[in-house]
Design a protein around this ligand. Structure first.
Ligand SMILES: Cc1cc2nc3c(=O)[nH]c(=O)nc-3n(C[C@H](O)[C@H](O)[C@H](O)COP(=O)(O)OP(=O)(O)OC[C@H]3O[C@@H](n4cnc5c(N)ncnc54)[C@H](O)[C@@H]3O)c2cc1C
Length: 421
């Protein structure tokens, strides 16, 4: 094999979280020479793609995401069969909230538009459903929405899967390699990627998937300031009362769930840690990704409104989950938040034209779509556009950088936004 430096790559991907790893896999699968660069160790826990569980759900208030999630379901399965192990565990999704919540009503209408079968449960049905585990006793004005397209994805294992498959298809991969600059190299009619240690790698196209470091890296490389705010946050695990553990298991049909209201709360069945259930708050505190505080489970002192979370656990699960002495475990993570919580997927433009593709701002909900995003980024890099198989599924107009020039808050939403919750 040639040395890294002897090579001109078709594509270099910067950042080996789930998005970069999935992209490298898709590019390698098409027979292109691809290099995946990561600033830390592969599978590190300092970004957004590590840990034991991510929810997948098709229930979005925006009607352009469900088809991306549905297509990703197929692509998760394809990758699983290729690698030979599972990262994706299907279960129903249960969304709940006040009947008049604009976001929950938008979820219902987006299910209808996307022909996704769902059931609406009223207050009494909900008490009976899911082994009687969700109590909405205090909330007679609440409803539930149930559909079959929920599930849990194991994040670290999924990133490892994409890296394994990328490698199998011939990708080169290099960790502990921080990219400090990306430049046009006119003598080679391409792009040169320069590392902090002054190594240089040449390519025709470059894809930047740097997670919470997107704004910093893109600012170094161009004049552009992407509106991507890193937030430090944490997920919390709660202890299920002895004797009730089985009721919360995925194999007994316990759902992934989300609760609309203030704050927006989500959770997954008992899967990764026996006897514990994950219940967490969507949101966090602004941070510099290189200067995290690592307090309160890494979330920062006031990053998660723990009292609201405790009260939610008490009111929904009664004394079957210990809200008094919990949470018993916290894991830290970072969101990359855009003002409208929509993704940024675009060409960098200016002197780079269509030769550098940027993808970030996955705003705490991107993991489930990593397979289709990998396909999108591979096509934008190799073909300069979306091909037929993806074009009808992904509406890139919602993800363009230019939307922030037209309106700093980005895409307009008719329902209340969730930023800052
Ligand atoms: C607590 C939490 C819960 C979440 N829950 C869900 C959920 O339930 N469902 C869901 O779908 N999504 C969820 N998400 C969101 C999802 O995990 C993220 O959208 C996704 O992991 C983002 O992946 P990424 O590859 O963009 O970023 P990252 O995983 O951060 O990857 C970016 C990589 O780029 C590297 N990098 C940065 N700068 C450089 C550089 N200069 N040179 C080289 N490498 C560089 C970083 O080190 C990092 O490894 C959650 C996120 C968090 C934090």
């Amino acid at each position: 094999m040639a040395d890294y430096d002897d090579f001109t790559y078709d594509v270099i991907v910067v950042g080996a979280g789930v998005m970069g790893s999935s992209t490298a896999y898709q590019i390698a699968k098409r027979g292109q020479k691809v290099l995946l660069l990561e600033q830390f160790d592969f599978l590190h826990h300092r970004g957004s793609s590590h840990g034991e569980s991510r929810t997948t759900r098709v229930t979005y208030p925006e009607d352009y995401y469900p088809k991306m999630v549905l297509h990703s379901e197929k692509l998760w399965q394809e990758a699983e069969s290729e690698v030979g192990y599972k990262v994706y565990f299907k279960t129903p999704q249960f969304d709940m909230g006040p009947k008049d919540s604009k976001s929950l009503q938008a979820v219902i209408s987006s299910c209808r538009k996307n022909s996704i079968p769902f059931r609406i449960l009223d207050h009494d049905d909900e008490v009976k459903g899911f082994c009687g585990k969700f109590h909405l006793g205090d909330h007679e004005d609440w409803i539930g929405v149930v559909n079959e397209h929920g599930g849990v994805i194991k994040p670290t294992k999924a990133v490892s899967m994409f890296q394994t498959l990328a490698f199998k298809h011939g990708a080169r991969m290099k960790d502990n390699t921080e990219v400090s600059d990306i430049k046009r190299d006119d003598s080679n009619n391409g792009i040169v990627v320069i590392t902090k240690e002054k190594q240089r790698f040449w390519c025709s196209k470059c894809v930047v998937t740097a997670g919470a470091w997107m704004q910093k890296l893109v600012q170094k490389v161009s004049d552009l300031t992407l509106p991507i705010q890193p937030l430090q946050t944490a997920v919390h695990y709660w202890k299920i009362k002895e004797g009730y553990e089985d009721d919360f298991k995925i194999e007994n049909g316990f759902p992934t769930f989300a609760s609309y209201g203030e704050p927006y709360i989500y959770g997954t069945p008992s899967l990764e840690f026996p006897g514990l259930i994950k219940v967490a708050v969507h949101g966090g505190n602004p941070c510099d990704p290189d200067k995290r505080t690592w307090t309160n489970g890494g979330g920062g002192a006031a990053s998660v409104p723990l009292n609201s979370l405790r009260e939610w656990v008490r009111s929904k699960f009664g004394d079957v989950v210990d809200a008094v002495n919990g949470p018993v475990m916290a894991q830290s993570c970072m969101y990359s938040m855009t003002p409208d919580e929509d993704l940024i997927i675009d060409f960098l433009g200016a002197e780079f034209g269509n030769d550098v593709v940027v993808a970030g701002g996955f705003s705490g909900h991107g993991f489930k779509m990593a397979p289709i995003i990998g396909k999108v980024l591979s096509q934008l890099a190799i073909d300069g556009q979306l091909l037929e198989d993806i074009n009808s599924i992904v509406e890139l107009k919602y993800f363009r950088i230019q939307r922030f020039e037209e309106n700093p808050k980005g895409n307009l939403k008719e329902f209340e936004d969730q930023v800052g919750r």
